[in-house]
Design a protein around this ligand. Structure first.
Ligand code: SER
Length: 316
């Protein structure tokens, strides 16, 4: 079957690279990117539509125009910004999802991808090797919206026949497009500052371990999950997924192996510290491994080398 794909929220950190991967896989003419912001540069043949995911009739027009078979919904407000604008975060994260799900039923979209997050866990969740199923008491608006989203996603599959695939992404590390408004963003900013200034002031404490994933792994995992036969999927909410877990101090040590003069300082009293403290330090992902052969390829050393090489060659 010929696929027709729409990515909503395509200009963010993940969308930028997912769009490239999907265009390569399905053909440039079969992938439409959309976002509330204009793209910085559009290559020949790339199709872009300006879209606010809260405007349901605008989504409907896109569905009528392009008749998508797959929709990737990436528009969301992340954890740190969500705490500053809770109402807006809730509205965007929940109503954006509901708009897409309702229209997906109406327009019989075959497959949907919607990311959840490690933010669905909370202070009473196990701190290490956090299980797919455990106590989940998120205490950020972002995490609450993602957990509610997971429940909605499962409900729409049980009751409305949709096929929705989802991953609980950890912090994503990448060099092509910067993240915005998240608690894990330090793990990207540190590389820019290491190369530009030789020093970085980290907003998390040196021993704050968080689950992370390199973008190459994130994209590969997402495509793998979307390709997996439906019968093999035992999780219809959102899959736990592990890449690598580390602290700011461990990351700084790894960067120093390549940039020996790099120094790091740690700021205190940043509100993102409390968010990080409520999240797991590491994730247990056996269902993803069993159901669709998930296995990360990038460890801390490999991603550090790749980040520095690519930022140096392409960005800085
Ligand atoms: N990277 C996200 C955040 O920090 C986690 O899903 O908000």
């Amino acid at each position: 079957m010929k696929e027709s794909i729409i990515i909503i929220g395509a200009n963010g950190q993940i969308g930028t690279e997912l769009a490239t991967a999907l265009r390569e896989k399905f053909g440039i003419e079969n992938v439409v990117t959309s976002d509330i912001r204009e793209p910085q540069n559009l290559k020949d043949g790339e199709i872009f539509e300006t879209l606010n995911v809260l405007d349901k009739s605008a989504i409907e027009s896109l569905f009528q125009k392009y008749k998508p078979t797959q929709v990737y919904l990436l528009a969301a407000m992340l954890s740190a910004t969500g705490e500053i604008y809770p109402q807006k975060a809730w509205d965007l994260n929940m109503n954006g999802l509901l708009n897409v799900l309702d229209l997906a039923v109406e327009y019989k979209i075959s497959k949907i991808f919607w990311p959840s997050s490690i933010a669905v866990f909370g202070p009473h969740s196990p701190k290490t090797n956090t299980d797919q199923y455990c106590v989940m008491d998120p205490n950020t608006i972002y995490g609450i919206s993602k957990l509610a989203g997971e429940r909605l996603v499962e409900w729409y599959q049980e009751n409305r026949g949709l096929d929705i695939r989802s991953i609980r992404y950890p912090g994503i590390i990448s060099w092509k497009a910067e993240p915005g408004g998240g608690t894990t963003d330090y793990a990207v900013h540190i590389f820019y500052d290491a190369l530009k200034k030789g020093t970085y002031e980290c907003f998390l404490s040196e021993d704050t371990a968080l689950p992370m994933l390199y973008m190459d792994d994130a994209i590969r995992g997402t495509l793998q999950l979307m390709d997996a036969p439906k019968e093999s999927l035992t999780i219809r909410s959102s899959y736990n997924l592990t890449g690598v877990s580390f602290t700011p101090k461990e990351l700084a040590e790894e960067i120093k192996k390549i940039l020996p003069n790099f120094t790091i300082t740690y700021s205190e009293n940043d509100p993102r510290q409390a968010i990080a403290d409520s999240w797991p330090a590491s994730i247990e992902d056996s269902p993803a491994r069993a159901d669709w052969n998930w296995k990360p390829a990038f460890d801390l050393a490999k991603l550090t080398v790749d980040m520095i090489e690519n930022l140096k060659t392409n960005k800085i």
